[in-house]
Design a protein around this ligand. Structure first.
Ligand SMILES: C[S@@+](CC[C@H](N)C(=O)[O-])C[C@H]1O[C@@H](n2cnc3c(N)ncnc32)[C@H](O)[C@@H]1O
Length: 424
């Protein structure tokens, strides 16, 4: 069986992302770069993502089975954690195969005595059966909503507390439970492309949910790879597209300065809406990726390096400034589950300060009647409605036209916040 290699690859991905703070997807790409195509790649990716989504729940269960959970070596905890993920959530792998690789790996890394501990813990885990798949197991062993949500929904306690305070019990739980699932695959069809209309028709029957030109798919059909290569479609989550629809991007006055353009996901969405867009970002690597996207889509967008705290050398300036702001990313935990184990409340406070600076520079750059659009991919009032409402209070020249936040009932598993302000 080739699976032991997949477990070693998964361990390497987890070491890079958790011990060396590499982004999860970048760690996956680096580790799998030299690996021959085959099932190991898929299994290693699934183990790394799945374990990180459910790590809090799994650690909670393991803590009930270990004698001294707080003194257990982190290496042992991680091997047990990945093995527990396999035993609990991957039905296609036989139990004996999981026990075999996990116990052997613990023996190799930590010696014979701990391999016996690993064997005992994993066998006891199997004996727990269905109970650990039900919330009652966690409710009965935790005191209070926040601790229950932290265990059942696999997140740090501070995050459960933040969302309970901000959104209440039901919504907090819905956001957290949605963040545990892999999100659907998103695609945006390029309405300006000659193949666009045809592609839209081909995708319609495959979509779980859709907008006019955006689709959420369970499976990625082969024909889409060609369409993406030809510039007829772009990978982009439907939740990211929807926030732009809801904020009325179609009606923002041109030219638009996309001041945190990144690799251009929303830059080209706006270009496809017929906007004249100027793109800037502080990150040169992202600007290079945007150039690549520009070539792929056959759309030319002027791009330059600049910090969105300004000042900008733009005369005349844009009529809309779009800030797809750097944020804590708590709305995209389903796609980037490493974030919840890396972020701290102090990070959120630092980001809020930067966001304020960007809002101030954008407001200064705009002419009277200009539009300031602000988007984050986080669920944190301090970076979202609190930030914007506070900004409007201290800048009476700006009026709040619209605010929106993705809802868990949409079933897209990713959450964005956005606001549109108008300069008087
Ligand atoms: C949420 S991402 C943007 C995603 C992009 N708009 C898209 O749709 O693909 C935030 C971006 O802000 C950029 N950024 C971070 N700090 C910045 C700053 N001080 N000034 C300008 N851009 C900044 C990051 O490099 C990153 O590309």
């Amino acid at each position: 069986m080739s699976t032991p290699q997949a477990r070693r690859l998964a361990m390497d991905i987890l070491r890079r992302t958790m011990d060396h703070h590499q982004d999860l997807q970048a760690a996956v790409d680096d580790v799998l770069a030299g690996v021959a195509p085959g099932p190991d790649k898929g299994l290693a990716t699934e183990l790394a993502y799945g374990y990180l989504r459910l790590r809090g729940r799994i650690d909670f269960i393991l803590a009930q089975l270990l004698k001294n959970p707080h003194q257990t070596s982190p290496v042992l905890k991680r091997i047990l954690g990945v093995a527990a993920y396999e035993l609990l959530y991957l039905s296609r792998i036989p139990e004996y195969a999981t026990l075999d690789w996990a116990v052997s790996l613990v023996r190799e890394r930590l010696g014979e005595p701990l391999s016996k501990v690993a064997n005992g813990v994993l066998r006891n885990l199997v004996r727990l059966g269905r109970s650990v798949h039900l919330p009652d197991y966690y409710e009965g062993k935790t005191a209070g909503q926040a601790k229950f949500l932290s265990a059942w929904c696999s997140c740090p306690l501070w995050l459960a507390e933040l969302w309970l305070k901000a959104y209440g019990k039901d919504k907090a739980r819905a956001y957290l439970e949605a963040s545990l699932q892999a999100p659907p695959l998103g695609v945006r069809v390029n309405r300006m492309h000659p193949q666009g209309e045809r592609l839209r028709q081909d995708l319609a029957p495959l979509a779980e949910t859709r907008t006019d030109w955006g689709f959420a798919l369970k499976q990625w059909p082969d024909f889409l790879d060609e369409a993406v290569a030809a510039g007829a479609a772009t990978r982009q989550s439907l939740a990211a597209q929807k926030i732009m629809d809801i904020l009325g991007a179609e009606h923002w006055p041109s030219p638009v300065l996309d001041a945190c353009c990144g690799r251009g996901g929303k830059t080209f969405l706006m270009t496809e809406l017929g906007k004249t867009v100027w793109a800037s970002d502080v990150n040169v690597f992202r600007l290079r990726q945007l150039k690549g996207e520009s070539r792929r889509l056959g759309m030319s967008v002027p791009a330059f390096r600049a910090g969105a705290q300004g000042p900008y050398p733009l005369r005349p300036g844009p009529r809309t400034v779009f800030l797809d702001a750097p944020c804590s990313g708590l709305g995209v935990l389903s796609r980037r589950p490493d974030i919840k184990w890396k972020r701290t409340p102090a990070d959120c406070a630092g980001l809020a300060f930067l966001q304020d600076e960007m809002l101030r520079a954008a407001a200064e750059l705009l002419p009277s009647g200009g539009c300031l659009a602000y988007v984050t991919c986080t669920l944190n009032p301090e970076e979202n409605e609190g930030r914007i409402e506070g900004f409007v209070r201290t800048h009476p020249g700006l009026g709040l036209l619209r605010q929106a936040q993705s809802d868990p009932a949409e079933g897209l598993g990713e959450f964005f916040y956005g606001a549109v302000l108008k300069k008087g």
